[in-house]
Design a protein around this ligand. Structure first.
Ligand code: FES
Length: 248
């Protein structure tokens, strides 16, 4: 049986959705694998929603918006671009092929192009095969929690300002610095969420590091930070090892 991918598409109302409409009216053929959700602007597509789509079995996610400079809300698609970049970094950290997420600009007059873009994307996902993320469920859940973190969200949406206008001290970030900052933050957040999830069941740092395949000093650093933040507590001392658990 041929594999028919499940593709979720988020299309902005003013350009890509109208482009899809034109494709339909003009009878341009494209695969029927995509299920469309209309959003007012591509900027409304949150990384959490994309991760949730993969968690619920999507094989690919497509986000369509107006061409840069044409967004109905002036700069929404620039924010969308940064959010998608961040989501791709998260997918990569989790071990999901980043090609399964695509952002494309399609205007209201580009019906033929819409059909072409969706055909190409569907073929690509067919080549990649079914998502089968069952063994990545916990990682994806942790990724979703990480994507909700306010620091990541601020960074995702403020990248443009920080790289062009700088922070409040006037420090302008280069693309390389911004990438490194984002990579480190994503790695840290994912580790924290995985530790919090594992510590629902009390555990020692040694057992946690084995379970999560992380170095003990790295786990200890995060556990102590979480303890200082009041999210984790010392539960008992067992065989001279401190046992920690999440504060319910
Ligand atoms: S309205 Fe289309 S991308 Fe913003």
């Amino acid at each position: 049986m041929t594999f028919e991918p499940k593709i979720l598409g988020f299309l902005c109302n003013w350009c890509s959705y109208a482009g899809a409409d034109l494709a339909g009216v003009s009878r341009f053929q494209y695969p029927t694998n995509i299920r469309v959700i209309r959003v007012m602007c591509s900027a409304r597509v949150d990384p959490v929603i994309i991760l949730d789509a993969f968690l619920h079995g999507a094989d690919g996610v497509f986000v369509g918006g107006c061409h840069l400079g044409d967004c109905h809300y002036i700069s929404g698609n620039y924010y969308a671009q940064k959010k998608i970049e961040m989501t791709k970094k998260i997918l990569d950290a989790v071990g999901i092929e980043v090609k399964r997420l695509k952002l494309e600009w399609v205007s209201a007059s580009e019906g033929a192009r819409f059909a072409e873009v969706i055909t190409d994307f569907t073929n690509l996902i067919k080549k990649l095969g079914p998502s089968n993320f069952d063994d990545l469920k916990e990682e994806l859940e942790a990724a979703k929690e990480a994507a909700m973190d306010y620091r990541l969200r601020i960074l995702a949406t403020k990248q443009k300002e920080l790289m062009e206008g700088g922070n409040k001290y006037g420090e302008v970030f280069t693309k390389h610095e911004m990438d490194r900052l984002l990579d480190d933050m994503i790695k840290d957040e994912l580790t924290i969420k995985r530790i919090l999830s594992s510590l629902k069941k009390a555990s020692s740092v040694k057992d946690l590091s084995l379970e999560l395949n992380l170095s003990p000093p790295n786990v200890l650093r995060h556990v102590l930070d979480l303890k200082r933040s009041g999210l984790v507590e010392l539960s008992e001392i067992k065989d001279s090892s401190p046992i920690y658990k999440v504060i319910e």
